[in-house]
Write a protein that binds this ligand. Structure first.
Ligand code: ADP
Ligand code: MG
Length: 304
């Protein structure tokens, strides 16, 4: 059983002069939940389209299962939802899934479990046309799971849903991941990726800017906001303090990042020792959003 499910090597897609996906390399390993995170137009859907054989790459390559399977063979072991769910409106949930099993040439034994998993078993005999968008999306997830895929690919699965629907889908993704299915989730929503994924690939203009655990993207030593009566005295203290880095002044308040573990107590004690009269002092954590912005704004291509 190969540990690597999918590998991309400098995968590139150009539409005329526009490079939608630019030299993208990455590796998907079994058991993880990957977030493909980037603003609209960053190349997420194009990337998914290429590995699912619906978009032709311009250059570069990808391989499934360490090259032991052709893409055609591999896709039988993958479940993907890349478009709005489309089923026969006049057929019931159960009838639709039975048809999907015929098309996928897999057994129908799984249908009951999957309908229960997505919380639609009670509605198995309702026509698809009577379903809410959230229910349709959940049925699509059940359909993607009927062949017990190794990897579930979801492209913006919560788009257009109400908060309740969004919550249900996110909970469902976590349940599916807990059962051991590897997931690749494309999303433009930072908090979605933060809530659901173990690993993240950040894309912007088709270029990969970050790849790694979500935790590493969110874990920082934080920063302090400090103001003193005597600004000069405070500045020279901060400049020479070893656990502190870059200092920015805003409205008379110094914002200074910690470069290693540093508690508020430790720093305020040292300020006291230096006899600096403090008029403002707080410790803050940057949000994932500001981390994300600083990654996509200041870094050049992340090395692979
Ligand atoms: P995302 O899914 O991250 O929103 P897409 O992969 O859909 O991004 O699109 C990436 C870029 O490629 C966008 O600039 C988009 O306009 C362009 N693009 C996507 N599909 C086509 C197409 N069939 N023809 C021309 N340009 C396209
Ligand atoms: Mg898209």
């Amino acid at each position: 059983m190969s540990k690597t499910l999918l590998q991309l090597n400098y995968l590139t897609k150009k539409y005329g002069s526009l490079t939608a996906v630019n030299m993208l390399s990455l590796t998907l390993t079994r058991g993880k939940v990957y977030g493909l995170l980037g603003p609209n137009g960053s190349g997420k859907s194009t990337t998914l389209g290429m590995v699912l054989n619906v978009v032709n790459p311009t250059s570069g390559s990808f391989e499934w299962y360490e090259g032991s399977l052709t893409t055609h063979q591999a896709l039988k072991k993958i479940g993907a939802i890349i478009e709005r769910p489309n089923f026969y409106p006049y057929m019931t949930a159960l009838q639709n899934l039975t048809l999907i099993c015929k098309i996928k040439q897999c057994s129908t034994d799984n249908i009951e479990d999957q309908l229960k998993l997505v919380n639609l078993w009670d509605r198995k005999n309702s026509k698809f046309s009577t379903f809410s968008l959230g229910m349709k999306q959940r049925l699509a997830i059940a359909a993607a799971l009927v062949n017990n895929p190794d990897l579930l690919i979801l492209d913006e699965p919560t788009n257009g849903l109400d908060p309740e629907g969004i919550h249900q889908i996110r909970k469902l993704i976590l349940t599916i991941a807990a059962q051991g299915t590897t997931i690749l989730l494309a999303s433009h929503l930072l908090d979605e990726v933060e809530k659901v994924c173990s690993d993240v690939i950040v894309l912007k203009n088709g270029v990969k800017y970050y790849e790694g655990p979500v935790k590493e993207l969110t874990q920082t030593y934080g920063y302090f906001e400090i103001a003193a009566e005597n600004k000069k005295q405070l500045l020279s203290f901060l400049e020479t303090y070893s656990a502190l880095g870059e200092i920015i002044e805003e409205n008379g308040i110094f914002q200074v990042v910690a470069t290693k573990e540093l508690s508020s107590i430790e720093l305020s004690k040292d300020l006291q020792k230096a006899k600096i009269v403090i008029i403002h002092f707080t410790k803050k954590q940057p949000s994932l959003e500001s981390q994300f912005l600083s990654i996509t704004q200041t870094q050049k291509h992340a090395s692979t």
